[in-house]
Design a protein around this ligand. Sequence first.
Ligand code: SAM
Length: 255
Amino acid sequence: KLSKRLQQIADFVSEGARVADIGSDHALLPVYLLQSGKCPAAIAGELNTGPFKAAKRQVAEAGLTKRIEVRQGDGLEVLVPGEADTVTVAGMGGSLMADILEAGRIAGKLEGVRELVLQPNVGEEIVRKWLVKHGYVLQTEEILEEDGRIYEVLHALHKQHSPAAVTNEDVYNPAILAAVPSMDEEAKLEWLYRMGPYLLRRPTEVLHSKWRLERTKLEWICKQVGQSDTAESRGKEAQLRSEMKGIEEVLSCLP
Ligand code: SAM
């Protein structure tokens, strides 16, 4: 049985897709996708030798060596363009994830990739911005809590495969935050990227607790910064306070 987090990622993968799971570790996701019959074939990419060997072992034990290829390499370099319909990347920071996607895009490895399922551990806004910049349209996203940690899972389609009614302009519509009176459109857009345009449309208790926690963290950092009285620390403190205020304003206007 998969963890709740990996199950959500698996649920977003389209039926019948040829999947490449990048940074696959033990290849749990591709093994599940094959065993459940959802996907016909998969590639598990891993940079590091330990997890690469673990993935090979896992695939062999599942009797899936003919249908899951485990390849060692950096990010999307393990792919031949056109080999995968869906790319999944999970369990790493958003900045590394965007770097991997960008290097792959430049090398042509995303040609033919219709679907991306991404689970950044932090820095979700970097991933959302990368998607918009490169013609992927977020279809939905989920936030979930497991073992005391909160995860976000993003599902995007390339705009050529996105339903006509779903465009980035509509997805990132500042009007979603119309209830926040004190912010201009630019600030609203920034919070949509940070907190998630779909998560803000139907906010859950988990979303509230994530951002309450984030605010508490900022408050703690603020106290540390406030202990030194330099121009730099004052500037930093002001920036942190404005971020905290942004979080409070958005949260207080959500249902
Ligand atoms: N995707 C799995 C999951 O979500 O459960 C494993 C997540 S694990 C925390 C991150 C994995 O990414 C590690 O196994 C690490 O070796 C691998 N990794 C890190 N950088 C990578 C890169 N540039 N290319 C491929 N794999 C990478």
